[in-house]
Structures are given as structure tokens and as C-alpha cells.
Ligand binder design. Sequence first.
Ligand code: SF4
Length: 341
Amino acid sequence: MEINLDLKDELKNFLKKGKQYTIPIFIPHKGCPNNCVFCNQKKISGQLTDVTSEDVKDKIEEYLKYYSNSKKKIEIAFFGGSFTGIPMDKQIEYLEVANGYVKKGLVDAIRISTRPDYIDGKILDVMKKYNVKTIELGVQSMDDKILALSKRGHTALDVVNASKLIRYYDIELGHQIMIGLPGSTRESEVYTIKECLKLHPQQLRIYPVYVIADSELYSMYENGEYKPLSINEAVKRCKAVIYECQKTDISIIRLGLQSTDEITAKNKELRGPVSDNLAEYVMSALVRDKIEYEIKNRRIDDSKLIINVSKKYVSICIGPKKINKLYFEDKYNIKFIVKGE
Ligand code: SF4
């Protein structure tokens, strides 16, 4: 049997990812009054000291040495999750430095990430003044019960209000959601993404929950109150979220963490669906569903299943560790061949 596969619809949300370089600057929220169970902010950022404007400048200069000859766009991204919760004079100090590079034409854009309850008109006036192009909100869940169990300290309504205000200010909106929070299920995660999509974010990050040492979640894990997801479970739950995204044009700019990310690099004792290539596993699972759908009503009377697909999708069709190849060969007792056109 031979199938010509067009995967544009299945993978469109991943393919929209913009081609640009990011200069990541981690701003830990020292003294954060919140106590999210999954967080140990100092561990996440790997920085115990205050970040100075000199540090910001040095980091930008360091990255520009590698990026400046490229034609790709360059973005400065203040990560850390609570940028607009740190003292305003500090925010302005950092933004002054970043915006200086935008004004000189050395950098194209600035992005920040923050909490939904740290957004108001006054804050957005400052973000606009300093040319912040994108604001990512740490939504995590749109189910108030799950937000409370994770001790997030904000509600789904805060997400709605902040998202509407960001869009009103004509700033690009990103949402970050988490898969596998305490009390969370596949259904509540599908509910979360549906509620998020109603607010029209342009970008989405999906992070499965990792258990970090020194976090409250770690104690919950040790007491047996919390069981982290396996990689397989995380793939299935992410897939359910992505099926909702496929109904829209949202760009999935990140799925999972990599060992080069701050959290994974600085924490060797992580528990949960830790994988460098979770995104590939999820994409391959989407493709597997598509192939399964295509062969559903056909009789496999051949010893071979040949998939003709665009060259760029060959490895996704086969899957990491040949997961799809092994799946089809085992289930249908055939030879699974992928041909790149
Ligand atoms: S994740 Fe929660 S506890 Fe950690 S810095 Fe952000 S708001 Fe504070």
C-alpha cells in the first residue's frame, strides 16, 4: 500500500515558528510574594544574585558577536516569568538598555514574560514606551481549581483581563500553559487551551511539569501526593491540546524543555517527562494518527506500507527512535517505508 501524505494541516502550528535569534536574559524574581508549587525561581534561573543593567548589556553584546552578521531577526527576551512584578525602576533600567539596541537597529524586538495579575494600563504604557513587542503570560491553567492547587495566586479571570488589555495595546500576546499540574487532567488541559484560544494569543508555549528539587511539588512527589507524567502520557496530553490549536493559526513556539535550557541545565535531579525532543515525539504522534486515519478503511493486503511525504517530514514520519516505524510494523505486520519527495 502506498500513501501520499500532506502534513501541512497536522504540523502547521509548529511550522509557523518565526525564524529569528533570541538573546535570552533571565531575570529572577527575588522576593516573589507568590509560591507556585512547581517553582524554585532561583533554581530555574540559575542566578542567585540581582541582575544589573551591566549584566544585561554584557549578555546582549556576547550574543551579538555571533548573531550580528546574520540576516535573521534578533530579539531580546526577558524570561523569568514575573518581569512586570519586579520594581518599576529595575524594569525601566533593563528596558532602557534593550531599547538602546533596538533604536540603533542592532536588535529587532523585545519580549518579556510575566504573570497575568501583573498587567495593568500603567505597566503597558511603560512596555509600549520601550518598544516591547511581545508579552507572554504565564497562564498555566484556565481552571481556577487547578490554579489554586498549584498556588498560583491568580485566577482565570486575570488571564482574560490581561490578555484583552495586551491586545488592546496592540502588543503581541503569548500564552504559556503547563501540562500535568496537580489535579490537572486531559479534559482540564483541553478546556484550558480552548479558553486561551478564545483570547486570540498569537503564540503558545507548552511546558509539561517537571519536578524540581527544593520546590513544594518535590515534597508532594516525595509524599506520594503528586505523580509526575511519563513521557508517553505527556505526549498524549500535549497532542490533545494541539488538536485544538490546529483549528486556529496560533504558533507553537516551544513544546517542552531542552537540556540547554536553564531549568534542565542547572537541575540534575529533575523528575517528570524529561526529554530533549518531546516536540518531535508529539509531532510524530500527530503524524502516526494521520497515517492510521488514512489506512483505516483500506485493506492492507500488501507486505509494505510506503509513505510518500515531503523530504522535510521524513524523520518526523519515522519518529524519534523509529517509534512510528516500529509501531506500524508491529501492529500491521508490514514493512514501513518512508520516501521523501
Ligand atoms: S513561578 Fe510563581 S513563585 Fe515562581 S517566580 Fe513566578 S510567580 Fe513567583
